[in-house]
Design a protein around this ligand. Structure first.
Ligand code: NAD
Length: 490
């Protein structure tokens, strides 16, 4: 990303108080294509604290009237925005692949999932309500009211740059909150399209405000303004911890952070299935999914057979830009991502892990234009190695051999993260024991570590989330409301 003062690519603006406006800084930045770094996808506002302050104040002013807008009217706007996303799916998927790099099929799915999320909350939000409590006084009613919080700041990463914002913004809006949304500076265009759809669907001015810019300039002001009643953030654990420490006692936080997700392969497992689940979970989105499989903990008896199957399936993966038919491994989303992944591959080698496959930065032909790295497998990895402990966020799989289930669960839990975890086994007892003993917010048996439903809660344990509120499903609405308990005597 390059800060520039003059525009060549199309210029996109912030949305504040219902108007598309430039940042007061007069500065912009560019979003580029990770498959072709010379291609500028769009030019965006490099906002400063003044822009953020204005967006928050506008959202605060718009809150009372939006909070009292009938739920059916709010739902109609979400549904209309969903229509617009669905009608525009081809164009939006094309933009998403050019901006983030993922395969075009995955981009289409993500745009449609975002529309589905808006529709889900349009329905679920209309029946989200308080409770009435039985008690002894016949002349009294005790119940809870669920009230919106006020201004909510939404901060999102680049890896699911429209579906993550949709799953935060839709429940925030349907419950009556107003929003200030800052997307990742790697993928502002597709975030802009979501905002555009909601704006065109008839959202009143000031209810959703969109501010682009660098976190070093606006990160703190987005979360510390006294009018901000909640911050919903998805991103790295480091940034999440910084924000969590930074906000006032009165500001609620919901943080969806990093992961180091294991898959345990038991000795009774179908190794072909285990290898396929590892490939699907470890390499989809080129390893850049928060729930991506990054550690395989495999029983000694089946390790060789499993590893052989894993290498064979990895070799068969097609590498290329997201528009090519049948690709799995696409460019990493940015140069920063590329350097990060190459750095961890170097550390893996230095610390004595065996590089079984891949590990190369690809620069031949068209690969030279983008940020490509081979899918990579390390074996002989020990639990204390850096590549066992730290989130790499790339297509790098570490295979750790263990003697038995007890050792496997101890290794699986021996990291600071607890986002998602899986086991491959046909033994019901082992599967059941695993779901109880694994410290992860999402637990899978004979399925990939990746993937979560729109209508089920999602979130992590330990340093993968704040232990506050879940996202997604009905649970996703709870974060955006506060409970008032009302006693009425009559
Ligand atoms: P990141 O933390 O660098 O940035 C995420 C967002 O936060 C961006 O919009 C960024 O500009 C903003 N930001 C960064 N520092 C900030 C600060 N101090 N104050 C305010 N805003 C700040 O993360 P990323 O590189 O965009 O995304 C990758 C990370 O996101 C990985 O760690 C991944 O595991 C995590 N992630 C988690 C989930 C989940 O649901 N748990 C989902 C997707 C990604």
């Amino acid at each position: 990303m390059i800060d520039v003062l003059t525009a060549k690519a199309e210029l996109y603006k912030n949305l504040i108080a219902g108007e598309w406006i430039t940042a007061t800084s007069g500065k912009t930045f560019q979003s580029t294509n990770p498959a072709n770094k010379a291609e500028v996808v769009g030019e965006f506002q490099a906002s400063n604290e003044e822009d953020v302050k204005r967006a928050i104040e506008v959202a605060d002013k718009s809150f009372p009237s939006w909070a009292s807008t009938p739920p059916s009217k709010k739902a109609a706007i979400l549904n209309k925005a969903a229509d617009l996303l669905e009608e525009g799916v081809e164009k939006l998927a094309d933009e998403l692949t050019r901006e983030e790099g993922k395969p075009i099929g995955g981009s289409r799915k993500e745009v449609l999932r975002s529309a589905q999320t808006l529709r889900y909350y349009a329905v679920e939000g209309q029946s989200f309500t308080g409770e009435t409590f039985p008690q002894d006084d016949p002349n009294m009613k005790v119940s809870t009211e669920l009230e919106p919080l006020g201004v909510v700041t939404v901060i999102t990463p680049w890896n699911f740059p429209i579906s993550i914002p949709a799953r935060k913004i839709a429940p925030a809006l349907i419950t009556g909150n107003t929003v200030v949304f800052k997307p990742s500076s790697e993928t502002p265009l597709i975030a802009y399209r979501l905002v555009e759809a909601l704006h065109e669907a008839g959202l009143p001015e000031g209810v959703l405000n969109f501010v682009t810019g660098h976190s070093k300039d606006i990160g703190d002001s987005l979360v510390t303004h006294p009018a901000v009643k909640a911050v919903t953030f998805t991103g790295s654990t480091g940034a999440g911890e910084h924000i969590h420490r930074n906000v006032s006692l009165e500001t609620r936080t919901q943080m969806e952070l990093g992961g180091k997700n294991p898959i345990i392969v038991m000795d009774d497992a179908d190794v072909e299935l285990a290898a396929q689940l590892t490939v699907n979970g470890g390499y989809s989105l080129t390893g850049q999914a928060c729930t991506g499989t990054s550690r395989v903990i495999v029983m000694k008896e089946v390790k060789d057979k499993y590893l052989e199957a894993l290498v064979e399936k990895t070799k068969a993966l097609k590498i290329g830009n997201g528009f090519e038919q049948g690709v799995t491994i696409c460019p990493l989303a940015s140069e920063k991502q590329l350097n990060n992944v190459l750095n961890y591959i170097g550390i893996g080698k230095e610390e004595g892990a065996t590089l079984v496959y891949g590990g190369e930065h690809l620069t031949d032909g068209d690969f030279e234009k983008g940020f490509y790295v081979q899918p990579t497998i390390f074996s002989g990895v020990t639990p204390d190695m850096t590549i066992s402990q730290e989130e790499i966020f790339g297509p790098v799989i570490s295979v750790i051999e263990v003697e038995n289930y007890e050792e496997a669960i101890s290794v699986a839990n021996g990291v600071k993260y607890g986002l998602s975890a899986a086991i491959v086994t046909n033994n019901l007892k082992t599967a059941q024991q695993f779901t109880k003993e694994i410290k992860a917010g999402t637990v899978k048996v004979n399925r990939t570590t990746t993937g979560n439903l729109i209508n089920a809660p999602f979130g992590g344990l330990k340093k993968s989330s704040t232990s506050t509120f879940r996202e997604s499903g009905r649970a996703g609405l709870e974060f955006f409301t506060q409970i008032k308990t009302v006693y009425v005597g009559y």
